[in-house]
Design a protein around this ligand. Sequence first.
Ligand code: FES
Length: 429
Amino acid sequence: MDSLSAMLLAFLAGFIFLYQRWSRPILWSTKLPFARKPTSTQPNTITLESSIHGVFKEPNLPPDWLVGNQTFELEKRAIFSKTWICLAHRSRFRKPGDYQSFTLAGFPLFLILSKDSEVRAFHNVCRHRAYTITKKESGTTPVLGCRYHGWSYNTFGALIKAPHFDSVPGFDKAQNGLFQISAFTSGSGFVFVNLEVAMTVGPPDVGPLDAFAGRGGLATRDTSPWVAGEVIEGTFNWKLGVKLLHLDTQRLEKGVAPAPWLANLISRFQGRQESCALFPTTSVATIHGTRWWYMVNLLPLAPEKTVVRCDLHCSEPASKAQVDKAMEKLMLLLQENVREIEVEYRTLTDAARDTHMPSASKKSEDHRTAILDRLQDHVKLEKAQGSQIHPAMRKRRENPQFEQAEQLCQSLDCVASAGVDISSKALAW
Ligand code: FES
């Protein structure tokens, strides 16, 4: 080896060393402040990851931990009704009226880009009789019209048309807009929602996530657009799905467009820490050595049903063929993991039904402990109050004029879509 080559190699080694010193602490230092019991107010990047340093103790699990309605209902009240949950990235919404619907632990809701370029969240139920507002899982519309009696809302959730009610004395459109849900968009474009009505908590702590996004080059919606999204419905309890938040994407690396050689080389020296898990059900991850990154959301439907949503992004221009290929490979990997979890779920629930949990990874154990902590904290609050606490519950309308108008509506037989079923389920929230 001549001296020029030796110098080049020394320079490269020095560069990589310095790069590691600068960049790795951004991610690792964010773990340490979170290596503690999480509060109920913040999305917790680290609940899942702090296990690397933490000490695990086996929690006492309720007997119906994976199968019971009672535990699932408690999870809805204690976790999904009052925790900041990351659901999407701002780049998913390109023009005003773009929306995406979700069902999160039984709460139908949707995100929409309002005309002022803010992403807002609303319960996906009409204020008249709670029929579903959005017509598709995702789409674009400047006006959200309810099919049942024609009430219409704009992208800010305001009621703009209410046939048969407009002329009713005392009927106030301003009081009958969609129920808004608190939403927050982080500096790097991650959209969080919190269903708690009282909103006693501050905004989510997004520092670790934004730092991860900056390090991974995911920083803004303009440089890292959403390119595709798909869902898988799995037959398993959402608490078993932690594995999906920490996929090993190693085998995908060669299948999708590689990054420039230097970035690829550097990333290999950095190790494989390429994901950021957000309590309770989200992770953001890069596909190692590429410019692709993705978000996985676990959306509990019932004790034994979980929807796995995956959204793919790319931080450099990609052709449709490249997007299709990357998405196909990612979904194949997810499906394999979902099937494994389904088998595990069947084994656990069919065999003993005593929910004896086998030893799991430290990440899974920490996740389980964090969930249990939240449940126990909420149960304490309910015991102190002497009744169940439903942080996301809205008050029923108590308005004599509305009731009068409703009777008028019924007498006029204003059911525009006869045969459309308004199930009591839709009103259960
Ligand atoms: S207009 Fe929506 S339920 Fe009547």
